[in-house]
Write a protein that binds this ligand. Sequence first.
Ligand SMILES: [Zn+2]
Length: 156
Amino acid sequence: MSSNSQRSFKVYKIDNGTVIDHINSSMALKIIDILEIKKDGIVSIGMNFDSAVTGKKDIIKIENVHLDKKHTDMIAIFSPQATINIIKDSEVVEKRQVEVPKVINKVLRCPNPTCVTNKYHDCDSKFIVEHYDENQTYGRCYYCERETLITPDLVK
Ligand SMILES: [Zn+2]
């Protein structure tokens, strides 16, 4: 038995919920943040599994929550190769890829200190995704129009 399969047992199996696989290594906690998952359900996180796709990968399992495409596409900002499995009655009822969203609302802060979204707490951030590839996503702030490379430290 390889060390990897031994570790696999440590990720809690779920009969109902959402499994996010092939997350870029060490991005799991940031992805929990941007998904704004209610913290009352069981969320299990596996980090640093061996992956043929990305080298190392993280896995998130969220019990009793079926995330819709609008939510799971947010994952693509930091893990464009992530895959989504929706589980019901122990069966995978839907498999989904993630796509980088055209607009990213609320979850990021604008790096421009004079931006209106940093001055007023009731003004939510909004970024328009201008271009991206498998490693990087660039967004333009809707308010101050500054373009920025979207990095994990911009997550609020
Ligand atoms: Zn801005």
